[in-house]
Design a protein around this ligand. Sequence first.
Ligand code: PAF
Length: 292
Amino acid sequence: MGLSAARKIEVVTTVAELRARIAEWRAEGLTVGLVPTMGALHEGHMSLFRQAKMMADKVVVSVFVNPTQFGPNEDFDAYPRKLEEDCFKAKMAGASLVFAPAVEDMYPKGNATLVDVTGPIVDCLCGLARPGHFRGVATVVSKLLLMVLPDVAIFGEKDYQQLMVIRRMVTDLAIPVRIEGAPIHREVDGLALSSRNAYLSDSERANANRLYKSLWQAGQDILGGKRVQDALDWVADELVRLGFGRIDYLELRDAETLAEMDRLDRPARLFAAVFMGKTRLIDNLPIEPRPQ
Ligand code: PAF
């Protein structure tokens, strides 16, 4: 793909350019959707752009690998950066504008403001496994929302806890935007799409979908009456047997509050974060108790 194809979508890098274009749309009475991303776009992102396009006249895709949400030993430097390809994909999926700021645009010199969501929604799962991660996410997402001031912003349920953190933040800060979640997009064999799947070797990739399959089986077993802890223990054993590495968490939690659950008495989600080789995979799936 040449640069000319990629350039068919408008790309802006500064907040001033972004606001100027959005002001023009607003003057025409158009609505605006935002899909924040870190780039390395895949079909899962494209489904978010399509969903946004159904909800708003114009769709802004932000592409920014946000340094503040990576821990010191995480993959910030290695994170895939593919802006040309991303522009092409954003265009193909109906987006109108790519906002690709530099770090200095998002974090101007002297930057000293962080957005810190606290409490039970962050004190679990990735909030414990990746200290500071959600502070970085909340900080950059609040900046993006204030820069674009969209009618609607869309986030994938693959990062379900992130979606809950953002909903909390938007409510608490009274940011006038509708936050929409979008279902997880999966490969045909069940693996949840993620930019980090690119790190998997062929043999790791061949087994990675077993995370979803094991979670799905545990969900079925819990629905069938198996004790939650027994079902989770079974998944943990299964993952070890299948060659997965460290398990950061494997838990059943309330779908709204993220409180831990040891029995299925209300809508829940099964959450997992586990390493395959050096790649950290996360996944989750909804489980609703059957009506009595
Ligand atoms: O989900 C992501 O890709 C990122 O966490 C987000 C929301 C774009 C913030 O950097």
